[in-house]
Design a protein around this ligand. Structure first.
Ligand SMILES: NC(=O)c1ccc[n+]([C@@H]2O[C@H](COP(=O)([O-])OP(=O)(O)OC[C@H]3O[C@@H](n4cnc5c(N)ncnc54)[C@H](O)[C@@H]3O)[C@@H](O)[C@H]2O)c1
Length: 259
């Protein structure tokens, strides 16, 4: 779909965390924000990821780039110091990261270890709370935050396993953060895309079945792509959405409404 975009996010500063490659949901968000003229800060996980992400950051004319592993003490703080120094503000934050150790992800929840559960929760959920804490003081004219969830937060999706409870916690965290940050004009959105073939998705057993099921159920009859997610987040980032906060926004061609 060809979409003509006005520079409605011009002057807005957006931090995008979670680009691994050009299939990442975070890349769709970055592209849509940039198309609407936002300035971007883009991170990569580590030196191994850098060659895959840096060219995308160049393409999107990101004015800040940095390595960020949210499990490494100090890296998040150092990124926000850079944002404070270079921009002095932040308007938009996209958290599009998730992780669970393979053994814990691919076994049932009954067999999930305490360490695996804690690690999945820390990287996929608590890191959003840490980011929100650092981002909020920089959102001097209000702002919007986005965290990527999935249907498995609310319904049992076979093979989603430990990520179900983790995404449920993430969606609840979005509601509580929306409540706490609302008085500062900061909106918080949990975004729930339908299944997309990304690197993270490749860790989920029988992912093809999820894709088929989503396509079969969707009233609109089609799977979503990363730009569908990006454009919706770009809309939520604009003043058109200024009375929306705390909800989970499904971007799934309507599949979630069908039993
Ligand atoms: N692909 C899907 O079907 C789907 C559907 C709904 C929600 N989501 C969610 O969307 C988000 C993005 O996933 P994706 O599908 O684009 O896959 P992806 O593999 O492209 O992105 C996952 C990102 O998480 C990052 N990450 C993992 N551990 C990290 C850490 N310690 N510090 C910083 N970054 C770390 C990776 O570097 C990668 O960039 C995830 O939260 C995922 O659960 C995905």
């Amino acid at each position: 779909m060809e979409i003509k975009v006005n520079p409605i996010l011009a002057g807005r500063k957006a931090l995008i965390v979670g680009i691994a490659n050009d299939q990442s949901i975070a890349y769709g968000c970055a592209k849509a924000f940039r198309a609407a003229s936002a300035d971007l800060a883009i991170t990569w996980l580590n030196e191994k990821a850098r060659p895959h992400v840096e060219p995308l950051a160049v393409e999107l004319e990101a004015s800040i780039t940095a390595a960020l592993d949210v499990s490494k003490p100090g890296e998040l703080e150092s990124l926000f110091e850079t944002i404070q120094r270079k921009w002095g503000r932040l308007d938009l934050l996209v958290h599009s990261i998730a992780f669970a150790p393979k053994g814990d992800l691919q076994g049932g929840l009954l067999d999930c270890s305490a360490e695996g559960f804690a690690k999945a929760m820390d990287i996929s959920c608590h890191s959003f709370i840490r980011m929100a804490r650092l981002a909020a003081p920089l959102m001097i004219d209000g702002g919007a935050m986005f965290a990527m969830s999935y249907l498995g937060a609310n319904k049992v999706v076979p093979n989603y396993n430990v990520m179900g409870p983790v995404k449920a916690a993430l969606e609840a965290s979005c509601r509580y953060l929306a409540y706490e940050l609302g008085p500062r004009g900061v909106r918080v959105h949990a975004i729930s895309p339908g299944p997309l073939k990304t690197r993270a998705a490749s860790g989920i057993k029988d992912f093809e079945l999820l894709l088929n099921e989503a396509a079969r159920k969707a009233p609109l009859g089609e799977l979503v792509d990363i730009m569908d997610v990006g454009w919706t987040c770009a809309y939520l980032a604009t003043p058109f959405a200024h009375r929306l906060t705390g909800d989970t926004v499904y971007i799934d061609s309507g599949a979630n409404i069908v039993a």
